[in-house]
Design a protein around this ligand. Structure first.
Ligand code: NI
Length: 227
């Protein structure tokens, strides 16, 4: 499933982050790439252990925590501390690659299986040319370029790339997560069921049917989730 989640960050929050990111010291993005993808990765990143990366990471994680659609679609068990990148000038593209199946958090030496990847945009589409996130999966080839503050969630199993940025700069936050529900189809079903229950509650209130379906939803989560 590929999901566009709008307004994860408000315009004010984006502007505040942008002010800090534009004054940041960027490093070569190949520092966090595997041996295969480093040959295709030409971008800039914030150093993972910098004070700015830590502060912005908290901002992003707080925003994700306030976004029910993100929780419902991802059912996150653990989120890898988000990273920040910039595509501009000579550091302008990331060719076709797959994300590592397991990532190790350096500070805690804990491992995380990457079920889902996400990109949260900090620049608007009209601020740069190119820079589409192209995702190839069972749903075909999708070209993603979203407004600042919006997020795309997609399967980490997909081959994907960032097209060359030929003018301006594309600044984004990205990371991976391990879901409590490993199987994509189960996660999809839970997301669809949750959405339908929300609609039912909006139109009919919390009647007995809504309560019964909510019980079914939670019992399915109980059956399938690995907390
Ligand atoms: Ni990637």
């Amino acid at each position: 499933m590929l999901l566009h989640i709008p307004h994860v960050l408000s315009r004010d929050a984006v502007a505040d982050c942008r002010r800090q990111l534009e004054a940041a010291a960027w490093v070569d993005g190949r520092l966090t790439a595997g041996s295969q993808s480093e040959q295709r990765k030409h971008n800039l990143q914030l150093a993972e252990d910098s004070d700015l990366a830590r502060a912005l990471r908290d901002t992003v994680l707080d925003a994700l925590g306030r976004t029910p659609t993100f929780f419902s679609a991802a059912l996150p068990r653990r989120i890898y501390p988000p990273l920040f990148n910039c595509y501009t000038g000579a550091h302008n593209a990331f060719g076709d690659h797959v994300d590592n199946a397991v990532r190790t958090h350096r500070a805690t030496q804990t491992h995380l299986r990457t079920d889902l990847s996400f990109t949260l945009f900090f620049t608007d589409p009209d601020e740069y040319d190119g820079g589409e996130l192209v995702i190839e999966d069972t749903f075909g080839c999708q070209r993603i370029k979203l407004p600042a503050g919006d997020l795309v969630l997609y399967p980490s199993s997909s081959v994907h790339r960032v097209e060359p940025v030929t003018a301006g700069a594309r600044i984004a936050c990205f990371s991976w997560l391990e879901s409590m529900v490993r199987e994509t189809e189960r996660r999809r079903l839970l997301y669809d069921l949750d959405r339908q229950i929300c609609r039912l509650r909006e139109t009919h209130g919390d009647d007995d049917t809504a309560v019964g379906l909510t019980s079914c939803y939670h019992n399915l989560v109980r059956m399938w989730a690995c907390p």
